[in-house]
Design a protein around this ligand. Structure first.
Ligand SMILES: C[S@@+](CC[C@H](N)C(=O)[O-])C[C@H]1O[C@@H](n2cnc3c(N)ncnc32)[C@H](O)[C@@H]1O
Length: 474
């Protein structure tokens, strides 16, 4: 019941322009932020249809429900996962269900469509095939991929092995696969809901979009290392980092927002993370010269952004340029602050934004100001690259990678250049799933092929000059 009351509150506040949807959801103090966010987004997307149904069936008059509460309940009853409550809400809604269903069916007949999606105005429709799969990251601090697969098979799910093409990620009902790239990621149909599942409640699985798994996966801090997660809450990437570090080493996580940090504490506890040190602190005010950070070699920076890549927030109109400029300035300040940690080797930067102002432009400005850092060419098999000339970076989208819109760049100090070359070689050696084996063999063997990310590329995309012969020592 609490879910619906909170969702209604958020929608009402959003309508009164008391804050952005995402912020209102995080500020709601609801324990399952993702579940609330998904419900609120979808209810808002279907609001025109829901209003029609509520109006035609005179639901408010007959039930005394308030409008926003009625909207979320009707959404979940007719279009979502089915009502996830008991008590008076359920009794009321079940009583009116036949009339509500009949009204929805009548609307479809009248508009000559068969899917709920087709009832929406064009700008609110997700292009067909753009329903995102449900991604599940196995929390290796608590279990193994094999154990989770076995558990789910016994629970009635059908395991189809490892995906080998992007199309394999379009799944039906209770089928699931292992992801084609990320070893700890399982993929299910978009309708699958694990929020009430034992594995989720016990912290054995984390519900995390595939693109959002990239930053920690690419940063790959070794077990025992010292790492900073600069803007960490609600902490999915922090728990991923801890899993990669096998809970060994030190993981300093900062966030400005106390409420989001509280959510994060619960999430990390459930996930069995023990190597973290959480701080309610502005990252820009953390002193890089403090002795406690002297061994920090890795930073994950996932700062506040426009969120324009989140499917349900996708703003198909043009973006507010003033807001983008102010976000980009903040993002650049965070990057510049991160590189002040004296022993920093690698820094991963990510946003869930589709705007180049927050992505390639921030990285370009950073590289202009920090000549000792360079971009590491990432995952040659990943199908969507940073906008030219930053093809070393990755982008993600519903159409090309079946994820939310995302951007990720990995920066390293020049002295680390050799290790990045080795990493690229590793990536090429690992099975290149997105491309046919033949294509990859050609690309790997042909350094002149323009599609092959070149480890020698300078940030501007220009080739480095050949090294001059060293002068003989006197
Ligand atoms: C995109 S979210 C981070 C999501 C997180 N990395 C995850 O995977 O769960 C950005 C976060 O940055 C925090 N933030 C914004 N400005 C900050 C600052 N100056 N210092 C620390 N955290 C900040 C926000 O409160 C927000 O929680």
């Amino acid at each position: 019941m609490a879910l619906y009351v909170k969702a209604a509150e958020v929608l009402e506040k959003a309508e009164r322009k008391q804050g952005a949807l995402k912020t209102l959801v995080y500020d709601s103090k609801f324990k399952n932020i993702k579940q609330l966010f998904a419900l609120v987004c979808e209810t808002q997307r279907f609001s025109s249809v829901l209003l029609d149904i509520i109006e035609s069936t005179k639901l408010l008059k007959q039930t005394k429900l308030k409008l926003h509460l009625a909207q979320v309940l009707v959404y979940d009853l007719l279009m979502g996962q089915g009502l996830k409550c008991g008590g008076s809400f359920k009794t009321t809604m079940m009583k009116h269900r036949p009339r509500l269903q009949a009204e929805l069916a009548r609307m479809k007949v009248k508009r000559k469509v068969s899917r709920n999606e087709d009832l929406l105005p064009a700008e609110a429709q997700l292009p067909s095939g753009e329903q995102l799969p449900r991604y599940v990251r196995v929390n290796t601090l608590k279990t193994t991929v094999e154990d989770v697969v076995d558990y789910l098979k016994r629970d009635g799910y059908t395991y189809q092995g490892q995906a080998s093409r992007l199309d394999d990620l379009t799944l039906k009902e209770k089928s699931f696969v292992k992801d084609l790239l990320l070893p700890e990621l399982l993929v299910f149909s978009s309708k699958t809901d694990f929020h009430d599942h034992f594995l989720y409640k016990a912290g054995h699985i984390i519900l995390q979009d595939k693109a959002s798994c990239l930053p920690a996966y690419l940063l790959k801090p070794p077990s025992g290392s010292h790492v900073i997660d600069a803007c960490a809450a609600p902490g999915n990437k922090t728990s991923h980092l801890a899993a990669i570090m096998k809970n060994k080493g030190k993981l300093f996580a900062f966030d400005l927002d106390a409420k989001r940090l509280a959510t994060m504490s619960t999430l990390l506890l459930r996930a069995g993370v023990t190597c973290q040190q959480l701080a309610h602190q502005d990252f820009l005010k953390v002193n890089p010269d403090s002795p406690q950070y002297k061994d920090v070699e890795y930073v994950l920076l996932d700062p506040s952004c426009s969120g324009s890549g989140m499917v349900c927030l996708q703003d198909r109109s043009s973006a507010d340029q003033t807001r983008l400029a102010s976000l980009a300035a903040f993002q650049l300040r965070c990057l510049n602050h991160a590189v002040r940690f004296p022993r920093l080797k690698r820094l991963v930067y990510s946003t869930c934004s589709i705007h180049s102002q927050e992505n390639e432009e921030v990285i370009t400005a950073f590289l202009q100001q920090n000549s000792s850092f360079r971009l590491v060419p990432l995952l040659p098999q990943w199908p969507e690259r940073g906008l030219a000339p930053l093809s070393q970076c990755l982008r993600a989208s519903t159409s090309k990678t079946r994820t939310h819109g995302f951007f990720v760049a990995l920066l390293e100090k020049h002295s680390e250049a050799l290790s990045s070359t080795l990493q690229l070689a590793d990536q090429i050696r690992s099975t290149p799933f997105y491309l046919s084996k033949k294509t990859v063999a050609l690309e790997a063997s042909d350094p002149e092929d323009p599609q092959t990310p070149n480890t020698e590329d300078a940030p501007s995309g220009k080739r480095k000059r050949p090294k001059r012969k060293k002068k003989k020592m006197e």
